[in-house]
Design a protein around this ligand. Structure first.
Ligand code: FEO
Length: 422
């Protein structure tokens, strides 16, 4: 391949014959979707594919960059030639210019994934846009070349898909394999070092759906890739397979469970005077009474959030111990719980416990948060006033035992009757 050192300061940029980048550069952006840092901005990548019987536009740009997009698009195609518009993903950074594009090219058919339909309606209130729902293997004929769709849901929205241009070996991958990295030299062999941005983007957008990433890789890895053309950041024409391999690497389990046949229960706690710690230790002892569960105990005060998040991602069950201070769970517990949006924890087992002085709100508040994160909370948590009594420690031990039985599938869902235990 001819590695031309083009830059995107002006006009459209050719990736391969009759395939052009017509996107927009946003070098001043410093945060994306509020939560992602973007040290040197981003790009909104849009592409034009010319065939003998039609022109396809793949993705558009954020609405505020429409003028740039249309100028570049007009440099390589007339609106009357556009037969096909593909949106690999409907988030507004890619669908922003869609309504205007359809006004300028009303004859074009719009292709989005079937899950995109309700989103299209929600995003474009008042606009009734007709669309063709896609499925894996479905093709669009452009005459001498074809586009083929691959459904890759949850990379990172339900609607996400990829589009494959077989004759040129180009995969238009949407947000997948992208990153927020703005460099007008566009191609991965020309731009600055973007490895950090690539991994950071994966960690925040793809990691919560890593099982879906692995499903998508099953579709993508067999393709004879020459170029990956993502919706953000550098176009990957030099060794694109390396980036596919990186996704597989990042989606693999970070921590090897040495006792893979055992279920794992992790107990996190904080303790001001040792009461919640004593409860955590009793809970651990109870879980260990039941066979088949490997129990780990961590004082949150002595660790960093990031490795804890890795542990949580791999665990089967999680118990959080927090004292109640000023009517709330303590901040390090909330900090850890608020970091879990980046990992897939849906369906894990959760529980809460902790000591309190006079009100004891922390346990139900943590339980609510765990339910909000879609964990199962099958056993009611244990609270102990000030210093736990032997009876309260016994309740903790029973909580641990019940959690272990749930983890190993030996217990149907029941809740401890606290009144009966009082
Ligand atoms: Fe680049 Fe999910 O939008």
């Amino acid at each position: 391949m001819n590695m031309v050192k083009a830059t995107a300061a002006e006009g459209a940029i050719e990736l391969v014959p009759d395939v052009h980048w017509v996107g927009a550069l946003d070098p001043g952006l410093r945060s994306f979707d509020i939560i992602l840092k973007t040290a040197n901005g981003t790009t909104y990548n849009s592409y034009v594919v010319r065939g003998s019987a039609g022109v396809a536009v793949i993705d558009t740009v954020k609405e505020s960059f429409s003028d740039t997009f249309f100028r570049r698009l007009e440099s390589v195609a007339d609106y009357g030639e556009i037969t096909t518009i593909v949106l690999n993903h409907l988030e507004p950074d890619h669908s922003g210019a869609l309504p205007e594009l359809l006004r300028r090219a009303p004859q074009a058919k719009l292709y989005i994934s079937s899950r995109g339909g309700p989103m299209l309606k929600g995003l474009l209130h008042g606009e009734q846009l007709a669309y063709q729902p896609t499925r894996t293997g479905m093709e669009v004929d452009l005459g001498d070349r074809k586009l083929r769709f691959l459904q890759t849901p949850f990379l990172h929205w339900p609607d996400t898909q990829c589009t494959w241009l077989e004759d040129a070996g180009v995969l238009f991958s949407g947000d997948a394999f992208g990153c927020h990295f703005c460099d007008p030299r566009l191609f991965n062999d020309n731009v600055g070092d973007f490895r950090f941005s690539f991994d950071y983007y994966y960690a925040h957008l793809m990691r919560p759906f890593r099982s879906r990433v692995l499903d998508a890789l099953e579709l993508i890895e067999p393709l004879p890739l020459k170029v990956i053309a993502p919706a953000h950041g550098p176009i990957l024409r030099d060794a694109p397979d390396r980036y596919v391999a990186r996704y597989r690497e990042l989606s693999a389990s970070r921590l090897k469970n040495e006792a893979a046949e055992e279920k794992t229960l992790i107990i996190f706690y904080l303790s001001a005077y040792g009461s919640t710690r004593a409860m955590a230790e009793s809970l651990a002892a109870g879980a260990e009474d039941a066979t088949g569960v490997r129990v780990s105990l961590y004082d949150i005060e002595g660790g960093e959030v990031s490795p804890f998040v890795d542990l949580i991602e791999e665990a089967d069950g999680l118990a959080f111990g927090s004292p109640t201070i000023n009517g709330d769970a303590v901040k390090p517990v909330w900090d850890l719980l608020s970091s879990l949006a980046a990992v897939d924890i849906k369906g894990k087992l959760g529980a809460a416990f902790g000591s309190y002085g006079w009100s004891g709100e922390a346990v139900p508040m943590v339980e609510d948060r765990l339910r909000g994160l879609k964990l199962r909370v099958p056993v009611k948590g244990v609270r102990a006033r000030l210093v736990p009594t032997p009876e309260e420690l016994a309740q903790c031990r029973e909580l641990g035992r019940e959690l272990a039985l749930h983890l190993t599938g030996r217990q149907e869902s029941t809740e401890i009757d606290m009144a009966a235990l009082a």
